[in-house]
Design a protein around this ligand. Structure first.
Ligand code: ZN
Length: 173
């Protein structure tokens, strides 16, 4: 946000920042825990500049600045309800996904349900994360365990036999 725009909006921003803070409870880790409703993924929502957005993204905009296109706002504290701007940082969608996997929060790392079939649900996004993990030095065995698939699937992905199309998913966190 430019200085001039900020000056004109300053009062509104300060009022809006307070509206954000009023909806949080601080905890011993310094997290500002959202005390409003959260969606099924555990994220709060906040109405900002005429639209509803994720509360942690709104906090980033209010306290840190604009979020570049296609960037995600990630949590250092691994607490989705937290909107403390100093606990937030920007990352690409792929970085968000790798971060999620490393913290054990991927969908495939949750308990299986009866519709789950081994090795059938690697998406292109998963494939991109798999390649990044492999380049980062994780073994095929480790990655296979993270994704709950066979080692041959991981090898196929890394050798480019499958899932070679780049990620084009527009969802943002
Ligand atoms: Zn936090």
């Amino acid at each position: 946000m430019s200085g001039a725009v900020y000056f004109e909006m300053k009062e509104t921003i300060e009022v809006t920042r307070q509206r954000m803070i009023d909806r949080t409870n601080r905890d011993g880790n310094g997290c500002w825990n959202w005390n409003g409703g959260v969606n099924r993924h555990g994220y709060g929502h906040f109405y900002l500049f005429g639209k509803t957005m994720y509360a942690h993204r709104a906090s980033y905009v209010l306290f840190m600045g604009d979020i570049p296109d296609e960037m995600c706002v990630l949590h250092r504290c691994d607490n989705r309800k937290c909107v403390n701007p100093s606990h937030l940082f920007l990352g690409s969608r792929t970085e968000n996904f790798v971060d999620m996997i490393q913290k054990g929060r991927g969908w495939f790392q949750k308990p299986r349900n009866k519709n789950w079939h081994r090795g059938t649900k690697i998406t292109m996004e998963d494939a991109e994360a798999i390649r990044i993990l492999r380049k980062g030095g994780r073994t095929t065995t480790e990655i296979a365990r993270m994704f709950n698939v066979g080692k041959s699937t991981i090898k196929d992905v890394c050798s480019g036999h499958t899932w070679t199309t780049p990620v084009n998913d527009k969802r943002r966190m």
